[in-house]
Design a protein around this ligand. Structure first.
Ligand code: GLA
Length: 397
């Protein structure tokens, strides 16, 4: 992969302010493949660096953006809005990339199990790819056994988004936009989508989603970053200690569609109400663990739907001391233990990814909500605005 051009854009300039207010350093010409980040890029605080990442088969150029704030550095691709790397410090201040990914565009196009990607229009599964809305039946592409997963075979993760950098007070960020045409992947309505990736002064990573439609439709947006707080490519996450404030989860059938029940986690491997190692119960022959080949389940967050992001999860990696806390406005989160990573490809650092080498936490409405009248609604109508926010906070202990 080559990096043919690199532009330094100050966040202030991008926001239409006086460019001189936020001068960035010089961007060194470095290989675009360096995502583990040894500190070569010197965009100043608040500066966003844009570089060419690759070209799709149809000739569309894909950029990679780098933003940095506090001790956090984030790299995002215009393709799929993919979080290519997320670097945070350990307890000694040593930064590592804690998200799984690739260092070239071709691998994302050919192989990616949604690494870091924006997922839409509907995160997770819709049974048999069909639902009825206002008396009309819609058919979506079937791309996961008998079901439709993550928006169909060309979901938001496989489109190029328009990207702009911004600075708001002490925050720096990227705004990603895309208009999904009426009928795209079988979904009704023209969906106008905006996603803001923000790094706060403290180095927290915040994602704000917003969407409007011109026809009644269903929407469930999320991000599919795979985390390993010991560092991408460093092995299993089973030693990470996890706490989720969820007394219930949504059990599934063998195709991973919820049965409709909100089952209690008490006495099951799904009980993370008190901190435990992710791997502790992963080999229990519980029917749900067998169906998921590990954990691949939606947790019903005790906090419910909230207008502001509320904390529901803490995960700690004991060796590095890295801690991630997550807050969301959403009622659910899919906790997925990387069960389908099968050692068939290598990631950013050149190491092969195997089962359990990362976990994803996809904040969301519950899977298959369009077919489950008892679940919180995912319907969006003209005149309404879909909004969802998730904040990842990083610290060490
Ligand atoms: C989600 C799903 C999983 C799997 C991954 C991607 O987490 O719930 O079943 O499809 O995405 O591999």
């Amino acid at each position: 992969m080559t990096t043919s051009r690199r532009t330094v854009i100050t966040a202030a300039a991008a926001a239409g302010l006086a460019a001189s207010a936020a001068t960035t350093g010089t961007a060194h010409a470095k290989s675009g493949g360096d995502s583990a980040g040894s500190g070569g890029d010197s965009a100043g605080k608040g500066g966003a660096v844009k570089e060419h990442f690759g070209t799709l088969a149809d000739g569309t150029d894909v950029d990679r953006w780098t933003i940095e704030n506090g001790r956090t550095r984030l790299r995002v691709l215009s393709y799929g809005g993919i979080v290519q790397s997320l670097e945070i410090p350990d307890r000694h201040g040593r930064r590592a990339n804690v998200s799984l990914g690739f260092d070239d565009l071709d691998s994302y196009v050919a192989n990616s199990p949604y690494f870091g990607a924006l997922i839409g229009r509907y995160g997770n599964r819709i049974a048999r790819g069909t639902f009825t809305l206002d008396g009309k039946k819609y058919q979506l592409p079937i791309n996961d056994g008998p079901n439709s997963l993550h928006g169909g075979d060309k979901g938001f993760d496989k489109h190029v988004w328009s990207v702009e950098a911004f600075r708001k007070g002490a925050d720096v960020g990227l705004t990603l936009r895309r208009v999904s045409p009426d009928g795209e992947m079988g979904y009704p309505g023209t969906l106008t989508v905006r996603v803001d990736y923000t790094l706060t002064a403290e180095g927290d990573f915040r994602i704000d989603y917003e969407a409007t439609t011109d026809k009644a439709t269903v929407v469930n947006l999320t991000n599919h970053t795979y985390y390993n707080l010991a560092g991408e490519g460093s092995g299993s996450i089973y030693n990470h200690r996890l706490e989720i404030a969820a007394a219930r989860y949504t059990p599934v059938d063998k195709t991973l569609i919820p049965t409709g029940e909100l089952a209690r986690v008490a006495g099951t491997p799904f009980d993370f109400r008190r901190t435990k190692e992710i791997g502790r119960d992963i080999r229990e022959a519980h029917q749900q663990v067998l169906y998921g080949q590990g954990i691949d389940h939606n947790f019903v967050l005790d906090k419910g739907i909230t207008s502001r992001p509320e904390h529901f999860l803490t995960v700690t990696e004991p060796e590095s001391g890295r801690v991630m806390r997550i807050a969301t406005t959403e009622p659910g989160a899919q906790f997925y233990t990387g069960n389908f990573l099968t050692g068939t490809f290598a990631g950013t650092s050149g190491k092969v990814y195997r089962q359990g080498d990362a976990f994803a936490l996809e904040t969301q409405h519950f899977p298959d909500s369009p077919n489950q009248p008892s679940f919180p609604s995912t319907v969006l109508r003209p005149g309404q605005t879909y909004r969802s926010t998730t904040v990842h906070s990083f610290s060490t202990r």
